[in-house]
Design a protein around this ligand. Structure first.
Ligand SMILES: Cc1cc2nc3c(=O)[nH]c(=O)nc-3n(C[C@H](O)[C@H](O)[C@H](O)COP(=O)(O)OP(=O)(O)OC[C@H]3O[C@@H](n4cnc5c(N)ncnc54)[C@H](O)[C@@H]3O)c2cc1C
Length: 392
């Protein structure tokens, strides 16, 4: 049996971020990250749309994204030369949430005020203002658009992981190829992780950054966590009459999102029968574009009449069906198990702040920079929870 200080289960965005912050805050701390697939082929991180926004309904998520954008914008300074990634190529095109009812437009005003009070730049546009900024959007039937003119856009997802990992390694973290298949428990503490190859690693503290597998990992210790995989199919679409490289990420109440990517568009929807999927099923739902997306975009963007799918992939959201928010911090029943889970489709942008917050909690016993206690899994039993409304 080997021994380490902290075992991190899963080494994509969340695991790499936690390892980075732990070894930055406490040089010399032995941190071992266990990851079965360093190609990350099926991770949320690699299959994500890699976007960041300030427009959330829960203040804690806005605070997390305030730091997220600072970190992403200035990635090379945070990770240093050892990170080896000079830029995450942040495209600051903004998000545009559209409203087609007066009640939704009113809600946008209240949310924008809350977001601005936390430092975001959200403005609520009238239909005429939307048409003036984005003349290729049909505004008939719209009541308002909530737009983030700065601090929102998209970035290089794998650059984030590569840079965090390299910097964490340079600070002393060890990344081990392996799969955790068991957790040995003594009372309310985990004492060791068992790996697929038969080895065991003992540690003082453990962290679960296993994405959609978080529930399965916690069950290894006889504990529970409501995280399930939800399949999302992403289409790359060429619409030759609508090349808008400066377009924002549009979230339409008709039921899809879209954003520009290298002269084409990325788009996806929530399937009609959404629910937990087979964790091994990554087959794209190829008919969703014609059945659920194309005509809706066409109604909003008349020049989208010519559109051709050039590529498609499916990924799994790390979905928390209870309230669509991350489950972060100490597990209520396991004293030395820390969670970075359940981000419900917005975890990539949250990796910098959540990794830093959990490192603070592990090393000092409390949050120092951003109070993430609203995301504590204790809310699952206390009932003190508030559902994130802005789920894309
Ligand atoms: C289609 C799609 C679009 C998205 N768009 C966005 C977006 O625009 N913006 C945004 O912020 N977020 C987005 N997300 C969500 C975001 O990608 C995730 O929330 C985030 O990447 C979660 O990171 P993670 O490190 O927790 O999980 P993952 O990236 O899934 O990593 C978990 C890792 O744990 C490893 N693991 C699993 N089981 C074990 C085990 N037993 N032992 C050891 N390791 C294990 C896996 O191999 C994996 O590498 C999107 C997700 C999808 C699928």
């Amino acid at each position: 049996m080997t021994e380490t200080g902290v075992v991190v289960i899963g080494g994509a965005a969340m695991g790499a971020s936690l390892a980075f912050w732990l070894t930055r805050m406490e040089p010399g701390l032995p941190v071992t990250v266990i990851e079965p697939d360093p190609s990350y082929a099926r991770s949320c991180t690699a299959l994500s749309a890699a976007s960041i926004r300030q427009q959330f309904s829960e203040p804690v998520n806005v605070a997390i994204s305030r730091f997220g954008v600072e970190f992403i914008r200035d990635f090379a300074r945070w990770t240093g030369p050892a990170g080896g990634v000079p830029s995450l190529g942040f495209r600051e095109n903004g998000y545009l949430f559209l409203a087609d009812s007066a009640a939704e437009a009113e809600r946008f005003e209240a949310l924008a005020a809350m977001q601005r009070s936390l430092g975001a730049a959200t403005v609520v546009l009238t239909p005429a203002e939307i048409a003036a900024r984005f003349p290729w959007i049909e505004v008939a039937g719209l009541q308002a658009g909530s737009f983030g003119p700065r601090d929102e856009g998209w970035f290089d997802n794998m650059g984030l992981v590569t840079g965090l990992k390299a910097a964490a390694r340079a600070q002393g973290a060890q990344f081990l190829r392996g799969r955790v298949v068991g957790l040995d428990r003594d009372g309310d503490r985990i004492v060791a992780a068992r790996l697929e190859d038969g080895s065991r690693i003992a540690a003082d503290r453990f962290a679960c950054a296993a994405g959609t597998a978080a529930g399965a990992v916690l069950r290894m210790a006889g504990a529970d966590l409501p995280v399930e995989p939800r399949k999302r199919t992403v289409f790359v679409v060429d619409a030759p009459k609508v090349r808008q490289p400066d377009a924002p990420l549009i979230v339409d109440p008709a039921g899809y999102w879209m954003r520009p990517e290298h002269g084409q568009w990325l788009t996806a929807t929530v399937p009609d029968r959404d629910g937990p999927c087979d964790p091994q099923d990554f087959a794209p739902e190829a008919d969703e574009f014609e059945a659920l997306i194309w005509e809706r975009i066409w109604a909003r963007i008349p020049d989208f009449d010519q559109a051709r799918v050039t590529r498609v992939w499916a990924g799994h959201y790390d979905f928390n069906p209870v309230d669509h928010n991350g489950l972060v911090g100490r597990h209520p029943d396991l004293d030395n198990m820390f969670l970075l889970n359940g981000f419900s489709g917005h975890g990539l942008q949250q990796a910098p702040a959540v990794g830093r917050g959990v490192a603070e909690l592990m090393l000092t016993g409390g949050y120092v920079s951003i109070d993430l206690s609203d995301l504590s899994a204790a809310r699952l039993t206390s009932g003190a929870r508030s559902r994130e409304q802005a789920i894309v």
